[in-house]
Structures are given as C-alpha cells and as structure tokens.
Design a binder for this molecule. Sequence first.
Ligand SMILES: Cc1cc2nc3c(=O)[nH]c(=O)nc-3n(C[C@H](O)[C@H](O)[C@H](O)COP(=O)(O)OP(=O)(O)OC[C@H]3O[C@@H](n4cnc5c(N)ncnc54)[C@H](O)[C@@H]3O)c2cc1C
Length: 337
Amino acid sequence: MQLERGRLPRHKVCGEFVSAESLDLLTNLLDRDHATLLQGAVRISQARVFLDGRILRTSVDPAAASLARLDLDAALWHSAEVAGVDSHQQVAAQSITGTGPFHVTTTAGEFEARALVNASGRWSNLNLAPAEATPSEKWLGIKAHFAEQSPESSVDLYFFEGGYCGVQPVRVANDDSALGRVNASAMVRAHVASTLAEVFLQHPALQERTRNWTALSNPVSTSPLIFRTPVPEIGGILMVGDAAGFVDPFVGDGISLALRSGALAAKCLGPVFAEQASLSEAASQYRESYRESLLPVFRASSKIRQMLKLPRPVRKPLLTILENAPAIARYAVRKTR
Ligand SMILES: Cc1cc2nc3c(=O)[nH]c(=O)nc-3n(C[C@H](O)[C@H](O)[C@H](O)COP(=O)(O)OP(=O)(O)OC[C@H]3O[C@@H](n4cnc5c(N)ncnc54)[C@H](O)[C@@H]3O)c2cc1C
C-alpha cells in the first residue's frame, strides 16, 4: 500500500536534474505507458558554474536527464498502481506504533503493516523534528518554470552570497508554449530573498538572463532546508529518500538517492514477505547497504559545501585550478552530480 498526503500531479521545489546513474533504475520502475517521459526528456550534457564573476564549464558525461517533477512523481505513482500497489492520495499517515508489525493511524482509518517504508520527505509529522534555525541560518527552496528562447542543454548554477539558483531546460507533458521552457530553482537564506524575483537580483548574469522571462507556472516554495547526518532506519521502519537524509540540492542527487534507497529497501524487505528473514535482519541489511552505497554521496556533497563557504580570496585559487584542469572539474562534477 502507498499513501500520499497531497495530490498528484503537482510542482515540487526541485532543480529537476536527474543524474545518469539512476536512469536505468527509473526505466525499470516506470510502466511502459510512461516510457516517453524518459525518451522525450531534455538531456543535460554540460554544467556551468557562475561564481565570483567567472564561469566554470564542464561536461556532464554521461548526460543527465531533466525531468519535471510535475510529470515524474505522477508517472512513478501511476506505475506503482499499474504494478498492483493499493494506492491512496490525500491520505496522511498520522502516527505509527509498534516495532513490527506496526499499527498505522491515518486520516482514512487504521491498519496493520508487517513492514513500513517511510518516504515522507525532509520533514513531516512522521520524522524527527528539525532543529530550530535562527533567521540568518534559515534556508528556503523556491522554484518555478519560465519561458526562454532556445535554452542550452546545460545546468547553470549561479552562486551568490547566501545561496544559489539553478537553471536548466525542461519539458512538461502537453506543453503548448511556443518558446523553450526552463526550470529555475533556488536555495537561499531567508534574510537574503524570499521570492524568485529577489533571487534573480542577487547575481548580475542571472539578472540579465531573466530579463525577458515570462512565468509558465506559479512559484512553489519549501522551508526549512536542514542538513543532518542520514538515519536509514528508526525502530524497524526503513527510511528512504529525504526522510533518511537531505543531500545539498546543488549536487543534484536527491531524486537519485530517493530512487536508489527505495529500491534498496524493497530488496531488503523481499525476504521478510517470503518468510526467509526477520524484519530486524532486513533492517540491519538495509542499514549496512545504505552506509556502503549511499553515504559516500553525502560526504562528497559536504566537501563541496565546505569549499563554497570559504572566503572569496581562498575560493579564487581553487576556481583557477578547476578552470585550468578540466579533468579535475569533470571529476568534481561526477562525484557530486
Ligand atoms: C531547491 C532544491 C533544489 C533541488 N534540486 C534537485 C535536483 O536538481 N535534482 C535532485 O535529484 N534533487 C534535487 N533536490 C532534492 C529533491 O527534491 C529531493 O531529494 C527529493 O524530492 C526527495 O524525494 P522524496 O520522495 O524523499 O521526498 P519528497 O519529494 O519530499 O516526497 C515526500 C512525499 O511524502 C508526502 N508526505 C509527507 N508526510 C506524509 C504523511 N504523513 N502521510 C502521507 N504522505 C506524506 C509529501 O506530501 C510528499 O509528496 C532539490 C531540493 C531543493 C530544496
């Protein structure tokens, strides 16, 4: 059974960059009705980083896909339904008791579950309460789609003091806009900007680029964005995606981690339903596999975050090295995106 508190399709705050290493998994998860989602996706073969008045260019090889969450989340949901999963939207899980089997109270009644996977995102009523952030530490995520004439197949990251904004071309199903479409998604400190218009003013090149944009969707926002050490299992419940841990958005791996941890959780729980393993054995196998295969992504992203926090005079020589050594820049992109 799968439960979703909201309704699909809907826009979600996200850069919509899906790294190449999860595309095979996505192909396997999507029902053949949704094959065109990947076939028709814009491929992103270049990354440009706009930082400290310079542009660092590097290839994204193999190319990533740009997938609108509006279509992707609905396609995944529908594919699970087609595969026979009992699916309920606008039903929220309110509380869980037990350590397996579990007793789940929802807005549509109560039920028992032999195993549970918590995929409820960064912070929900089911997850650890986020630590209180001071206004200067509080981060927001904001995103919207805009019309732009012939955007390049590039993910462009504009960094400024107090945040960044990513821009990349994207397609959505049944799009009737004659121009190209781009997704702009920003992660920004609350005291620096609270709207995309304010974000665009933070970087001269971004301000120039957005001058002729027209909005194709209403902005969506989310807050707070909190980074913490990933926790893959709590009391026998397997935590997947952002519920387990939130990776820096600019590394563009959150969707990939959500898909890969979900697949890992399913693989570990298979033997429980086949009466070949206990829930605690499955949970311990999941914790171990998560540590081995997914934790390295969090480590790489936190190194890049540290670099961006460096004062500008220290960042400068590092950028020069990356500019003059494309192999190192490609390596950095491969390690993070
Ligand atoms: C600014 C920004 C840019 C980003 N850019 C990228 C990017 O380019 N590429 C990338 O890969 N990742 C990116 N990410 C990260 C990515 O969006 C997340 O990692 C991804 O959405 C995680 O998916 P999830 O399924 O774990 O959580 P979510 O997508 O948050 O889904 C959780 C779902 O659970 C539902 N829910 C919550 N509580 C309950 C409940 N009690 N009962 C039932 N349902 C519930 C919610 O309604 C929600 O639909 C970005 C994030 C931000 C903030």
